[in-house]
Design a protein around this ligand. Structure first.
Ligand SMILES: Cc1ncc(COP(=O)(O)O)c(C=O)c1O
Length: 426
C-alpha cells in the first residue's frame, strides 16, 4: 500500500488562509482536522481529490449532506437546468410547494413545511413556535445532543475541562440562555417525567435527536421515544425531533418512520438537498400556522429555487427502490469490518451503525452513555484518522462515518483493509 507522506499543497494553503479567514477555515469545526485542514479540488461519487493530487474514499460527505455522492449526474443536470432561470426571485415559485409536498409525503404526521438555510435556523424556529404555541418559556434538551450553535441552544453539548455541562459552550454566548434550559440524560424517561410534570419548570418543548448521532450514534432505548411522546401529551409539551442528521438517512422518513413515533415538529437539513444549503421545519398544521399569527419566520434566501431544485434531485435519487436496504447493508458491513480490524489489532473499540451512519468509539468495550463517549480515547483516534488519510480514507474526527448511495461494497472492503493497515502502523 503506497502511503501519502505529506500534503505540501494543502499545508501551504492552510498557512495562507490563516492570514485572511477567521481561524483559517469557514466553520470552526473544520480547524480540528488532523494533521491540518486539507484543500480539495473536486469530488465525484464517493471519491474526493485534493490539491496535491491524492484521492480518498470520502466518509465525511461534507459532514453529512452529500448523501447521493459528489456531483451526482441527476443533481448536476437538474441544477444546471435551473441555474439559467435565475438565482433567487425574492418571491414565490413552484418548487417551494412542490418540494414541501414531497417532504410531507415522506414524513408521517406532518402537515406543513417552513424553509430555512441551516439546521441552526430551523431549530431556533422550532423553539420560537413551541414557546408561542404553549405560552411557556423553557425547554428540555439532552446531554450531548446538538441543535445548532445559536445562543439559545448551544448548551449541554460537550463538558468543559472540569466535566461541567451547565456552562455556556462559547465565550461571548449570552449566559442567561442557561436559565431557559433543563439538560437531562438521554434515554432516562423518569427524569423527563419529573421535569415535565413540574409546572414551575415551564417547559414548552422537548428537543431530541431520535438517534444520538452527535455523541456516539446511540439508539433510543426500546420504548423511550414513545414514552417521551406520552409524557409530552400528558403535560401539553411539544416534542421536537431534530432530524438534521437522521432525516432522509436512517429511513426515508427519518427517525419518525424508523421508530414509529410522531413528534409535533421535525427539523431537517443536511441530506435533504444533497450538499446545497437547505433546512426545513416540518410540523403539525396548527403549530406551523403560528407564522400567520405573529410568529416571525424570515430569511432572504429561504426557498431558493436552485437549492430546492437540488433537493428535488436528491429526493429522486433517495426514492429509488432499495436505497435504504443498501444503506443498512453497507453500514452493517463497514461497522462489522471496522470492529474486526480493531479486535484483530488488539485495540478495544465499540463500533456500531444505524443505517449508513457508523460510529467508532475507541479504547472501550462498552459505550452506552454520554460519559462513555466523551471519555473514550480520542487522542488515539486522531492519530488513526491521520493514518487513514495517508491510506486514502477521509473520515471525521469524533468517530462518525457517513455512507452515501455512491459507496460500494468494494469501497468498504478497501477501507477496512486500510483500517487494518493503519491500526497495525499505530
Ligand atoms: C442534530 C443537528 N442539529 C442541528 C445542526 C445544525 O445544523 P447546521 O450546521 O446546518 O446549522 C446539526 C449540525 O451538525 C446537527 O447535527
Amino acid at each position: 500500500m503506497s502511503l501519502i507522506e505529506s500534503w505540501p499543497g494543502s499545508a501551504q494553503r492552510w498557512e495562507r488562509a490563516k492570514g485572511s479567514l477567521g481561524g483559517g477555515v469557514s466553520t470552526g469545526m473544520r480547524a480540528q482536522m488532523k494533521p491540518h485542514p486539507l484543500y480539495f479540488e473536486s469530488g465525484q461519487g464517493a471519491e474526493l481529490r485534493d490539491v496535491d493530487g491524492n484521492t480518498y474514499t470520502d466518509y465525511v460527505l461534507g459532514w453529512g449532506p452529500v448523501i447521493i455522492g459528489h456531483a451526482h449526474p441527476h443533481l448536476v443536470e437538474t441544477v444546471t437546468r435551473q441555474l439559467p432561470l435565475g438565482q433567487t426571485f425574492g418571491a414565490s415559485h413552484d418548487l417551494e410547494y412542490e418540494i414541501a409536498e414531497r417532504v410531507l409525503a415522506a414524513i408521517p404526521g406532518m402537515d406543513r413545511v417552513l424553509w430555512s438555510n441551516t439546521g441552526t435556523e430551523a431549530d431556533q424556529t422550532a423553539l420560537r413556535l413551541a414557546r408561542a404555541a404553549t405560552g411557556r418559556r423553557r425547554f428540555v434538551k439532552f446531554e450531548g445532543h446538538y441543535h445548532g450553535w445559536s445562543d439559545a441552544m448551544l448548551l449541554g453539548y460537550r463538558p468543559d475541562a472540569n466535566g461541567a455541562l451547565d456552562r455556556p459552550a462559547s465565550r461571548g454566548q449570552n449566559p442567561s440562555a442557561l436559565t431557559d434550559v433543563t439538560i437531562l440524560p438521554w434515554n432516562d424517561a423518569a427524569a423527563v417525567r419529573a421535569v415535565l410534570t413540574d409546572p414551575d419548570q415551564d417547559i414548552a418543548a422537548v428537543f431530541t435527536e431520535p438517534v444520538l448521532c452527535n455523541s456516539g450514534v446511540l439508539e433510543p432505548a426500546p420504548g423511550f421515544l414513545a414514552e417521551l411522546r406520552a409524557i409530552c401529551d400528558e403535560t401539553g409539551t411539544l416534542l421536537v425531533f431534530d432530524e438534521v442528521i437522521t432525516g432522509f438517512r436512517i429511513a426515508h422518513g427519518g427517525g419518525t418512520e424508523r421508530y414509529g413515533v410522531t413528534p409535533d415538529l421535525v427539523v431537517l437539513a443536511k441530506a435533504i438537498a444533497g450538499g446545497f444549503p437547505l433546512a426545513a421545519l416540518a410540523g403539525r398544521g396548527d403549530l406551523i400556522d403560528e407564522v400567520t399569527r405573529g410568529v416571525v419566520h424570515a430569511g432572504t434566501y429561504n426557498g431558493n429555487p436552485v437549492v430546492l431544485a437540488a433537493a428535488g434531485a436528491t429526493l429522486d435519487v433517495l426514492a429509488e427502490p432499495g436505497t435504504y436496504e443498501r444503506f443498512e447493508d453497507l453500514g452493517g458491513a463497514l461497522a462489522t469490518g471496522l470492529a474486526s480490524a480493531f479486535s484483530d489489532a488488539g485495540r478495544p473499540a465499540v463500533v456500531r451503525n444505524v443505517g449508513p451512519v457508523v460510529q467508532v468509539i475507541p479504547g472501550t468495550d462498552a459505550a452506552e452513555t454520554f460519559t462513555d463517549f466523551t471519555t473514550a480515547d480520542w487522542d488515539f483516534y486522531d492519530r488513526l484518522t491521520v493514518e487513514l488519510l495517508r491510506r486514502g480514507v477521509f473520515s471525521l474526527p469524533g468517530g462518525r462515518w457517513y455512507l452515501s448511495t455512491a459507496h460500494t461494497a468494494a469501497d468498504v472492503e478497501r477501507t477496512v483493509a486500510a483500517a487494518r493497515d493503519a491500526l497495525a502502523a499505530l
